[in-house]
Design a protein around this ligand. Structure first.
Ligand code: ADP
Ligand code: MG
Length: 526
């Protein structure tokens, strides 16, 4: 006989089992959802976040809020992850995703209380999500890419409530113009091809689109022209200087003549390099690496505008905007590799010299310049523009939209309830809870606007039951109406992704019945 206790884990491990694990996880997830709940929708409130070094951010953006908070609880962290994924995949709908996940878990808790096993709940949620995705596809509408007004409305819906409100006409038109330009010849939209630059001073109304790239770089020498028109453009990712030897090489020079010789040898090499550029007739050079002083002198003399140490991402944008190819070896530089723009010029902004590469013909990369008074406002404007870019590009990709203002959620809930009738027993209960979680979106929209959520929900449901499937809450007028007509529209893919990831995370959290947490290691020098 051996009655020694079995030791599985060290003593300093925290363990939560069964119900305790579930409750603690659900509570943490609900807390996260509660934090962002009040920011949902055009009338949502803002959060002020103060970092440990005193930096202040005022924002309404779910992803930003959660990103800035230092969250420790593991289940809460999973909620933060869905916000991040949502932001990354579709660029908007983060608050919706997080709130829905919280509500799904809150409703699951009710089922757990009535002794329904988590496996049944997760199965029900899975079935419900699949059905919802099916219905969503069915009730979404296809829009025409030519309809610039509709695209602008999608941008406006994405931006309402985000501080940028006063200038939404202006900003939405910039967003649509930028996206239409870069997606002219491709269905694969890469948002990196739209560079956003922010400048303090002036009003948001002065914001504009540049058909090309704006670089936070000045020309490398004062002797270069301040602007060149219709230049041929060279993009280099090799240095216009003699690379310092990697290993410490020592060159012994014994006489002044030898030194002179050595230096003129170097100059000769550089001169050969620069001549290859001059030979092409190029009038602007952008170099990812360094440009030596002698090279600068030669370029200036030839009337060439040049910038050095341009970032890789800007080099790629320049290539897409000007049509130039990035060259790594000057011997390969030919007419084929050159690009063009209407002008390259140096401009002073906020006491800093920057370079505009402007007026490119049919550029595949563009820049949006945002102007604004205070830094906080400018930052929030940028976040709003990013949301709008995400929404409009989602629509350009799929061509599908749904009705906003809670309309689509009410319709989904209604049809999901109908479907639930075909299911039996406990699974049915889980599907019904999924439906009621969807209704928490219009509920929060109403609540955040200071309206009575119960009245509104009741009216919305009644009208949807009588077949009016696009009835939602217009928070610009506080009316309950056909929101498609008032053009409150959202991309199908943002909604679909938000519901899908909310259901996935809720299911994942519900499946956990054991939390085993190692304590942080003590400092070993103690
Ligand atoms: P998210 O991070 O989920 O995108 P938002 O704060 O951007 O959260 O709010 C999005 C919600 O606001 C969507 O449900 C959308 O339909 C709704 N919404 C946007 N504009 C309006 C409007 N004018 N009236 C009513 N609801 C609106
Ligand atoms: Mg949004």
């Amino acid at each position: 006989m051996n009655d020694k206790p079995v030791v599985l884990m060290p003593e300093d491990v925290d363990r939560l089992l069964g119900k305790d694990a579930q409750r603690s996880n659900i509570l943490a997830a609900k807390m996260i959802a509660d934090i962002v709940r009040t920011t949902l929708g055009p009338k949502g409130m803002d959060k002020m976040l103060v970092s440990s070094n005193g930096e202040v951010i005022v924002t309404n953006d779910g992803a930003t809020i959660l990103d800035e908070m230092d969250i420790e609880h593991p289940a809460a962290k999973m909620m933060v992850e869905i916000a991040k994924t949502q932001e990354l995949e579709v660029g908007d709908g983060t608050t919706t995703a997080v709130m829905l996940a919280g509500k799904l878990l809150e409703n699951a808790e009710k089922l757990l209380d009535s002794k329904i096993h988590p496996t049944i709940i997760t199965k029900g949620y899975k079935i419900a999500n699949e059905k919802v995705q099916e219905i969503l596809k069915e009730i979404s509408l296809r829009i025409s890419f030519e309809d610039e007004e509709v695209l602008k409305q999608i941008a406006i819906t994405a931006m309402t409530g985000k501080g940028a409100e006063g200038s939404k006409e202006k900003l939405s038109s910039l967003v649509v113009k930028a996206l239409r330009q870069i997606s002219k010849h491709t269905k694969k939209i890469n948002l990196d091809d739209i560079k956003i630059m922010k400048f303090r001073g002036g009003s948001v109304e002065n914001s504009k689109i540049i058909y090309g790239v704006v670089l936070d770089k000045e020309k490398v020498s004062d002797d270069m022209p301040a602007s060149v028109f219709d230049p041929k453009i060279v993009l280099l990712d090799c240095a216009l200087e003699i690379q310092n030897p990697e290993i410490d090489t020592r060159i012994s020079i014994t006489s002044p003549e030898q030194l002179q010789d050595y230096l003129s040898q170097e100059q000769k090499i550089i001169k050969q390099m620069v001549e290859k550029i001059i030979h092409t007739g190029a009038k602007a050079v952008f170099c990812q690496k360094g440009i030596d002083e002698y090279a600068q002198y030669l370029l200036s003399k030839a009337g060439i505008y040049a910038c050095r140490r341009v970032s890789r991402s800007d080099m790629e944008r320049l290539a897409k905007a000007t049509g130039a190819k990035i060259v790594s070896n000057l011997d390969e530089l030919g007419m084929e590799e050159l690009g063009t723009a209407h002008r390259v010029l140096e401009v002073v902004q906020e006491d800093e010299k920057i370079t505009f590469v402007d007026g490119c013909r049919d550029p595949k990369s563009v820049t949006i310049l945002l102007y604004g008074g205070a830094e906080h406002v400018l930052d929030e404007t940028e976040r709003a523009v990013i949301d709008a870019l995400g929404d409009v590009s989602a629509v350009l990709k799929s061509g599908l939209v749904v009705a906003g203002g809670g309309a689509v959620e009410i319709e989904l809930a209604k049809r999901l309830r109908d479907f639930a009738n075909s299911l039996n027993g406990r699974i049915q209960l889980a599907v019904l809870e999924f439906a009621s979680a969807l209704e928490s979106i219009p509920e929060a929209l109403a609540e955040n606007a200071g309206l009575d959520p119960i009245d509104i929900l009741t009216e919305l449901k009644t009208r949807h039951n009588s077949g009016e499937r696009n009835i939602g809450l217009n928070l610009l007028t506080d009316n309950i109406e056909d929101v498609l007509q008032s053009r409150i529209i959202e991309p199908y893919s943002v909604k679909s992704q938000a519901i899908n990831s909310a259901s996935e995370v809720a299911i994942m959290i519900l499946r956990i019945d054991d939390v085993i947490a190692s304590k942080p290691k003590q400092n070993s020098t103690e």
